[in-house]
Unconditional design. Structure first.
Length: 290
DNA sequence: CACTTGACCTGTCCGC
DNA sequence: TGCGGACAGGTCAAGT
């Protein structure tokens, strides 16, 4: 899914599109996608205005004037797409996603008072939208345990090494995917950061030197920033708040490049399974033994 | 306890 | 063309 750069891109898009708008109506086809008490929805969502958009880890937070917040998790295939009045406007060819919504993946439709819409689409139905009091967002079980934001200044190499070292027996890839170690890394950026650090994903954390972990810390930050610059990665489903694809995938060094030549040494990129996930490596640049 | 695997869903792709 | 199985960017529960 959408990992940190993708959710950040959606957040930035929504900031430009829906701040100040008033929600006049909401409809959902799936209680799992929108498991909220209808009375609370009626009282605190309908008629509220969008005040602020935030992101914490891979969770999108839409703060409302009623002191309630829409928490949105896109999981694997979720999308949040705003469609304005002019569907056929500049930059939107007629076959653009925004001209086809709602479609059979649409789970929740928000209607604003100006008759424009925001769609929560989710093919696999793993994602969700929850309406919670703003003051209680941090008490959500996931928010309680999720680790630090990697792009905050306070995420120093020391903080990273201390936290990841708690997963000493796990493979380094599993540790990076562990959201309690640090927030926002998923399968794409785990593979990309490990390649850039010349570390094999199946090496155990306790086998890594402090120097290697220092390098990994820096590469995580670099790859996340680069991807945000490119508007995130679109492998299959991901689109930003305007329904457009991200381009980081064109700059990926290993992800989805199995069978192609490593940009560093020319060796064929291999695909294997580490931490139960498809994993892309260059076995020359990322030797299993160190 | 630490770590790994399976489940949640639907769609797509690949081999027979 | 049809069918079965594997797989897909996340997270949590259950299993070892």
């Amino acid at each position: 899914m959408p990992e940190l750069p993708e959710v950040e891109t959606v957040k930035r898009g929504l900031e430009k599109l829906i701040i100040g708008k008033q929600i006049s109506k909401v409809a959902s086809d799936n209680p799992k996608s929108f498991p909220n008490d209808p009375n609370i929805v009626e009282e605190f969502l309908i008629g509220s205005n969008v005040v602020r958009i935030r992101r914490r880890a891979k969770v999108l937070l839409i703060d409302l004037s009623t002191d309630y917040t829409l928490m949105i998790h896109l999981r694997m295939t979720g999308q949040v797409v705003y469609v304005g009045e002019n569907r056929f406007g500049a930059g939107h060819p007629n076959d653009s996603l925004v001209n086809k919504l709602p479609d059979n993946s649409t789970r929740v439709i928000f209607t604003f008072s100006d008759k424009t819409h925001m769609y929560f689409n989710d093919q696999r139905k793993f994602g969700w939208v929850k309406l919670v009091p703003t003051g209680l967002v941090h008490e959500d079980s996931f928010m309680q345990k999720v680790g630090p934001e990697p792009l905050e200044k306070s995420f120093t190499p020391e903080v990273f090494i201390t936290r990841i070292s708690k997963r000493k027996g796990a493979t380094v890839k599993a540790a990076l995917l562990d959201q309690t170690v640090l927030a926002g890394i998923g399968n794409i950026y785990a593979d990309e950061a490990l390649w850039a650090s010349r570390i094999h994903p199946a090496i155990r954390v306790h086998e890594l030197t402090k120097q290697q972990l220092n390098v990994l810390h820096g590469e995580i930050i670099k790859v996340l920033k680069l991807s945000i610059d490119k508007g995130g990665s679109t492998d299959k489903n991901y689109v930003n708040a305007e329904g457009k694809r991200g381009s980081y995938i064109d700059f990926a060094k290993v992800f989805r490049r199995e069978g192609l030549e490593c940009y560093e040494c020319g060796t064929e990129i291999e695909k294997s399974r580490v931490a139960g996930r498809g994993t892309h490596t260059c076995i020359v640049c990322q030797p299993y033994e160190r």
